[in-house]
Design a protein around this ligand. Structure first.
Ligand code: SAM
Length: 283
């Protein structure tokens, strides 16, 4: 296996293929040898698993995934990387790359076609510019995956993995909590990448879970309410929800009271059980 975290090897590849990093595509490749094996191991790259990877770069993480999992299918938007991957991933016949924008890829179909009889998981060092849209797309597609293990900007990790009912939580926390449980696995410093970004990163894992999907009666009502509440997070729920739901303040107060909530409650004070009760009472 080529040592793709070795600066000398990377420089040779850059020169041989005339490759230049695209800032617009979030191309910061991992050069810290300790990180990819850890992502692969936490990310369920193991026997019996098919792994979807998003964004291959030169294949640093892809190789660690392919060395452990039954099969790896990567979605990479930049066609300039294909000849590089032909070389760097040549020893793995369980690796395939699809040259496409992941946001335009039907991942459910990909799983059905590529991973028959296998359990599945997603692993990626995500490009920063589309972190939240990719995570939301992965969750909203309700893919049959056991885990989504991704590297994101540290601040995004803090938001996504915040506890509901705390100041750190936001609309994305509430959205992620609807679909599953998120946790930060470990932090990764900016010096672990080439070129180095000007932010630190963290690897997070979201494990899909049906607890709140089952408890919340009306999904679209839940998303309408959390969107409206967190868009005006400084306001009380009475104020933010009366405009988001076009209801009078008295109507909102009566639902809050029925849900056991104070009429001065704000969105960052509610845990998932409180949101569930509130949304179901609006139903
Ligand atoms: N996995 C490699 C690593 O860890 O070194 C590369 C990670 S780099 C942060 C992000 C990768 O995602 C790049 O290879 C980039 O070209 C690719 N990418 C960016 N936007 C994408 C998109 N919309 N769909 C698929 N791949 C994308």
């Amino acid at each position: 296996m080529k040592n793709l975290t070795n600066i000398g090897v990377i420089k040779q590849l850059l020169e041989k293929y005339g490759f230049t990093f695209s800032k617009g595509l979030g191309q910061n490749f991992l050069i810290n040898p300790g990180v990819c094996p850890k992502i692969a191991e936490y990310g369920l790259a193991q026997e019996g698993y098919g792994i979807i990877e998003i964004g291959t770069g030169f294949g640093t993480l892809s190789a660690e995934l392919a060395a452990r999992a039954e099969k790896v299918v990567a979605v990479e938007i930049d066609s300039r990387l294909l000849p590089v991957l032909d070389e760097t991933m040549s020893e793995f016949d369980n690796f395939k790359v699809i040259n496409q924008d992941v946001m335009k890829t039907d991942l459910k179909q990909l799983i059905e076609q590529e991973f028959t009889g296998l359990k599945t998981a997603v692993c990626a060092n995500l490009p920063y510019y589309i972190t939240s849209p990719v995570i939301m797309m992965l969750l909203e597609s309700e893919l049959p995956v056991d885990a989504i293990t991704v590297m994101v900007q540290k601040e995004a990790a803090q938001r996504i993995c915040a506890k509901m009912g705390t100041r750190e939580s936001g609309a994305i926390t509430a959205a992620v909590n609807y679909y599953g449980k998120a946790q930060t696995l470990f932090n990764v410093s900016r010096g672990s990448f080439m070129p180095a970004p000007n932010v630190d990163s963290a690897v997070i894992q979201i494990c899909p879970d049906f607890e709140y999907r089952n408890k919340i009666k009306n999904k679209s009502m839940y998303f309408k309410i959390i969107k409206g509440a967190f868009a005006q997070r400084r306001k009380t729920l009475v104020n933010s929800l009366s405009s988001a739901l076009s209801l009078s303040k008295d109507e909102i107060i009566s639902v809050l009271e029925k849900s056991g909530l104070d009429k001065n409650a704000r969105c960052e004070q509610l845990d998932m059980n409180m949101w569930t009760t509130l949304v179901n009472n609006f139903e």
